[in-house]
Design a protein around this ligand. Structure first.
Ligand SMILES: C[S@@+](CC[C@H](N)C(=O)[O-])C[C@H]1O[C@@H](n2cnc3c(N)ncnc32)[C@H](O)[C@@H]1O
Length: 427
């Protein structure tokens, strides 16, 4: 492919990411599958070009908007980037020849001139933080002067976190097996069954993975599973189980001796659990597709633990999914909040007296975390907040610098961002 054709491909992929509201990696893989003529050098260049737009998304949007263009146009953002970084190459790339992008029209030429001359130092704070302005306002409100450091950490690349599957291995064994295959991993600072690696390469090809000794899972999610504090013999509902990341961890924590029901509205996601469970030696997880609006009546009042790993904006995972920030529109958070309140209300009906809800979101927005829990407690007086230190132990809670709920951020803990609270049914 010519350099110009690669730029055309990147514009097409960015358009698909936005139009389909789909993760960048998924769209890239699918695009390469449909365009097998793209060689490894082409793929690398296209991927890099797409990720550059995600990494510099706030600056490019600001430049385009300032020059009078639509900031959500991937073509205009690419014109802006080239106009500043390689102005001499602009006309050669936007040449309209062969597979190159079409020629610039007069309006685009004006946007190009405007962006080339703009003073990036004059950009507002959300640009340096590579954050959409509507979300930056929320972060600035909750974090004040800390917002800058928190957002800087959310812009860095995340390491690979692995959960050691204690059904098949202890942490030392798994680490040694990985090392024997040349894969270096260190122990995680907070989760006793976590390993962390900065190695490149696909751990799924390694013997430790095939033997079911490890499973990818961020340390923050491992801590949420610990917070569920499930015990053998208990009835545990993982109400938003997805493909089962946490349900499988709960099965390991209870040595396959608890009854774990993995529920989700998506049958497709639930169907991915069986293969993972087989590799990990998990035998105690059953699946159940549930309707979006209400919990099935036969589950009411039976559970010792209900985990609500609620759908959310995913702001805590920006390190792993840099495109997510650009797919989160004004109004997205409010929609999630309605869903989160509904799920908490459903969960309240499932718990038996003395049982607990563990509510979690992989978001660092207080509006999806603490505010949802405070609102739930105001609606449901028979539930009370339990301090996470009472569950995780005071030593770990102190090391995590927690006061009541679990609040983790990439900046403060080196994990993905996560919020979780424990709510006990008191009657
Ligand atoms: C954050 S993801 C869960 C991730 C999963 N627990 C894990 O550890 O891998 C949220 C899940 O909630 C599911 N969901 C959304 N609305 C739901 C509802 N009303 N009832 C049950 N599940 C729902 C989504 O399909 C999605 O799989």
């Amino acid at each position: 492919m010519t350099p110009a054709a690669r730029v055309a491909a990147a514009i097409e992929i960015l358009t698909e990411i936005e139009r389909n509201d789909a993760p960048a990696d998924t769209v890239l893989v699918e695009w390469f599958r449909r365009h097998r003529f793209a060689g490894s050098g082409d793929r690398r260049a296209i991927r890099e070009s797409v990720y550059a737009d995600l990494r510099d998304g706030a600056l490019r949007r600001w430049l385009v908007a300032n020059a009078g263009g639509d900031p959500e146009s991937p073509r205009l953002r690419m014109i802006a980037a080239l106009s500043r970084e390689h102005p001499d190459a602009l006309d050669g790339v936007f040449s309209g020849d062969g597979y190159a992008p079409p020629l610039l029209d007069d309006f685009e030429r004006a946007v190009s001139d405007g962006t080339a001359q703009a003073d990036a130092a004059a950009a507002p704070d959300h640009v340096a933080a590579n954050c959409p302005a509507h979300l930056y306002a929320l972060f600035a409100e909750q974090w004040g002067t800390q917002a800058r450091d928190e957002l800087a950490a959310m812009n860095r690349t995340a390491p690979v976190d692995l959960r050691v599957n204690t059904l098949n291995a202890d942490r030392a064994d798994a680490r040694a097996r990985l090392a024997a295959d040349g894969y270096k991993a260190d122990v995680t600072p907070f989760s006793p069954s976590g390993l962390r690696s900065h190695a490149r390469g696909d751990f799924r090809q390694l013997g430790a993975f095939r033997a079911g000794m490890i499973e990818p899972q961020d340390e923050s999610s491992q801590l949420v599973s610990m917070l569920v504090d499930a015990a053998p013999g208990q009835n545990v509902v993982d109400y938003c189980a997805g493909a089962g990341g946490k349900a499988l961890a709960l099965a390991a924590a209870t040595n396959n001796q608890a009854e774990i029901l993995a529920c989700d509205v998506s049958r497709l996601r639930l169907d991915r659990i069986a293969g993972r469970a087989a590799r990990l030696g998990v035998t105690s997880v059953a699946i159940r597709e549930v309707p979006a609006d209400a919990a099935p009546t036969d589950l009411v009042g039976r559970a010792d633990r209900v985990l609500i790993d609620a759908p959310c904006s995913g702001t805590g995972t920006w390190r792993r999914s840099p495109d997510l920030r650009w797919r989160t529109r004004p109004g997205t958070v409010a929609d999630y909040q309605d869903m989160q309140d509904g799920l908490l209300d459903s969960a309240a009906g499932l718990v038996k007296p003395g049982g607990r809800i563990v509510y979690a979101v992989c978001s660092v927005l207080e509006g999806e975390g603490r505010s949802r829990v405070d609102a739930f407690l105001a609606r449901h007086p028979r539930f009370a907040r339990r301090l996470v230190g009472d569950v995780l132990g005071t030593d770990l809670a102190a090391r995590l610098d927690l006061s009541d709920d679990l609040v983790l951020t990439p900046h403060r803990h080196g994990t993905d961002g996560m919020y979780a609270a424990v709510l006990v049914r008191t009657d």
